[in-house]
Design a protein around this ligand. Structure first.
Ligand code: PFF
Ligand code: NA
Length: 427
């Protein structure tokens, strides 16, 4: 059977941006920017985005298109033991989807609680504590997995592309509405100061650059998985360099705008910004309780997170569904259902043991995840940078410098190896 293709340029770009834009943009980026130099953080971030991130996207999309396959196929065709490396990154993808879907389940619960007005009458901290690792959370996680399965089961064009073409514009509108609401609140200025006031001294610290790099890899979904599969559905006339730039630009625009949504609102009501779950599930709900029309804006906010998250989980599940279709001859429908269930089972122990949840996150995003990007880079190098460069140029409107070749062969893998090691050294 012929491999499916995206069928339209804009559809592919929507799907790639959909994969990139996720929880990483809304609850990780603003906080990290606030802590690592405010507006000054944009300098290291934009430098690594263009020097490394856009290149990483071109590497993975090109590898997928050249080998016509997801990671197992792409690595098996290029690297010794590549098949097993491919299986490894598929396993990592399962782990990422497993913890990510639990968080998305919480978001769905909060969305419903905002719609029904329940969220206005509770203490958000207590509400979160009784939900986070409860049996009930399993139900919400299950529903988010079912939604992901339903989209992936419909296929690349009818499912993934179509869902993204609806969710991405909606996400953009919600984001802009919420950011405008936030910056027009009284005292919004205090939040803008926290977010943007540049602290140039942070630029001199290695930690800032490492944070920018690892944030950027996760944010662009460059982990040797999703972007390889998404690339494998591209046609020769599709423009990889332009798509990579559009994806990096869209992802960063959402991340930066998310900061305008979060901090002015938090500071306007005299609250302290916190990182991660505390921000989205405790602090912001407090903001929505105090803000006029807060129940409405709260519902919009959680809907925004659902769109952001669902378009990312779709790209995660697609990685191993495609592997099962091509390697195990399963039908797309059966593969989606079975692997969705498998993911649910992998995530489920979190509800009895929250430290298992942390373990899933650490293994998949810190200890092994970044190696996926390195393996994809090595696979492309083994394929031959000259051949890869020719592949990259097919369909490209903009001219890509020949420098791409040494860049991909030396700088790119070295930078990944350096961040991988420094993560442990710098703690
Ligand atoms: N890029 C997504 C985010 O910023 O939330 C997360 C993600 C999606 C990571 C897909 C990895 C992946 F394969
Ligand atoms: Na992202």
């Amino acid at each position: 059977m012929a491999r499916e293709t995206w069928g339209s340029r804009i559809g592919f770009v929507a799907a790639a941006i959909g994969s990139a834009v996720g929880l990483g943009n809304i609850w990780m980026f603003p906080m990290r920017a606030g802590l690592y130099g405010g507006a000054a953080f944009l300098i290291p971030y934009l430098i690594v985005l263009f020097a490394i991130g856009v290149v990483g996207l071109t590497v993975e999309l090109t590898l997928g298109r050249a080998t016509r396959g997801g990671p197992i196929e792409a690595f098996a065709k290029t690297l010794p033991g590549g098949k097993y490396l491919g299986i490894l990154v598929n396993a990592i993808m399962v782990m990422i989807f497993a913890f990510y879907s639990l968080v998305l389940g919480w978001i769905l619960r909060y969305f419903i609680a905002s719609l029904t007005g329940e969220l206005t009458g509770v203490n958000p901290g207590a509400f979160f504590d009784s939900l986070a690792f409860s049996k009930e959370a399993l139900l919400w996680q299950f529903i988010m997995i079912v939604m992901t399965v339903a989209i992936v089961a419909m296929g690349v064009q009818k499912g993934i592309k179509r869902a993204n073409k609806i969710m991405m514009p909606a996400l953009f509108v919600l984001l802009v509405v919420l950011a405008i609401r936030s910056v027009t609140l009284p005292n919004a200025y205090e939040g803008l100061k926290f977010y943007l006031l540049p602290d140039w001294s942070k630029l001199m610290s290695g930690k800032t650059w490492i944070v920018a790099l690892s944030q950027m890899f996760f944010s662009l979904s460059v982990l040797g998985t999703t972007m390889v599969v998404y690339g494998s559905y591209l046609k020769e006339e599709d423009d990889i360099p332009l798509s990579a730039i559009a994806t990096a630009f869209g992802d960063t625009a959402v991340a930066v705008t998310a900061g305008f949504l979060v901090f002015p609102a938090v500071f306007s009501f005299g609250l302290e910004p916190t990182a991660g779950p505390g921000l989205v599930f405790v602090t912001l709900p407090m903001v929505f309780q105090k803000m006029p029309g807060g129940a409405f804006f709260g519902a919009l906010f959680f809907l925004l997170l659902i769109f952001a998250g669902l378009s990312s989980t779709v790209s995660m599940l697609e990685v191993y569904v495609d592997s099962a279709i091509t390697k195990l001859n399963m039908s797309r429908r059966n593969a989606s259902i079975l692997l969705g269930l498998l993911t649910f089972l992998v995530g489920a122990p979190s509800t009895v043991n929250p430290s298992y949840f942390d373990w899933l996150i650490n293994i998949s995003t810190v200890y092994i995840g970044p190696l996926g990007a390195l393996i994809a880079a090595l696979a492309l190098i083994k394929l031959g940078v000259d051949r890869a460069y020719e592949e990259l140029k097919k369909g490209a409107l903009i001219e890509v410098s020949e420098l791409w070749k040494p860049w991909v062969k030396y700088l790119y893998p070295i930078v990944i190896a350096v961040i991988y090691v420094s993560q442990f050294l710098l703690g």
